[in-house]
Design a protein. Structure first.
Length: 180
């Protein structure tokens, strides 16, 4: 009887320890997932005559982009391309950086970007009452051969964050005109 009591006491201790470890791991995974913010936006690009442009590459960044040169070219060398119009067979889930959106024949493009919250926001866990989003601005960089690169700052106030699988949530971008 004494051995059985010792065994059940140890089993109870190990079970409690395993439960605490499991809850801690689940909490840390949840916290890590909430630290990533995903934005998906849709826009239309035209030329100066308001004709839709096809094949324009677009990138949405949550930090100011490099002004010119090799660093900017490196942004556009990313191989994660998505077509302008969304279709279920070409959805990309987990990404490791900005995705280059390509405009379709209607000039429509979809861009996606993900960013991680800073330490100050993480400590508050987003529970502050100011309602201030973690990223106030996004930068849209557009490029097409024969046209000037265009960089546009966009306010993210009121933007809806996308779910982990990106889903169908897309924030509207203003109409963009490219110059020769």
């Amino acid at each position: 009887m004494v051995k059985r009591s010792r065994f059940s006491h140890r089993l109870y201790s190990y079970t409690v320890f395993a439960a605490i470890c499991g809850i801690t791991i689940l909490g840390l995974v949840w916290l890590n997932n909430t630290m990533e913010i995903r934005y998906q936006a849709i826009g239309v690009v035209t030329d100066k005559n308001n004709a839709p442009l096809e094949g324009v590459e677009a990138i949405l960044l949550l930090a100011p982009p490099p002004s010119t040169g090799a660093k900017r070219d490196k942004l556009f060398s990313n191989k994660l391309l998505i077509p302008g119009s969304q279709s279920p067979d070409k959805q990309t889930s987990k990404t490791a950086g900005p995705i280059i959106g390509i405009s379709d024949s209607n000039g429509t493009f979809v861009v996606r970007s993900a960013g991680r919250l800073g330490p100050a926001h993480a400590i508050r866990l987003g529970l502050d009452s100011s309602g201030k989003p973690p990223f106030e601005m996004a930068w849209l960089v557009l490029r097409k051969h024969g046209y000037q690169d265009t960089t546009m700052a966009v306010s993210t106030f009121g933007w809806v964050t996308a779910p982990q699988d990106w889903g169908k949530v897309a924030n509207q971008l203003p109409r963009i005109r490219l110059k020769h």
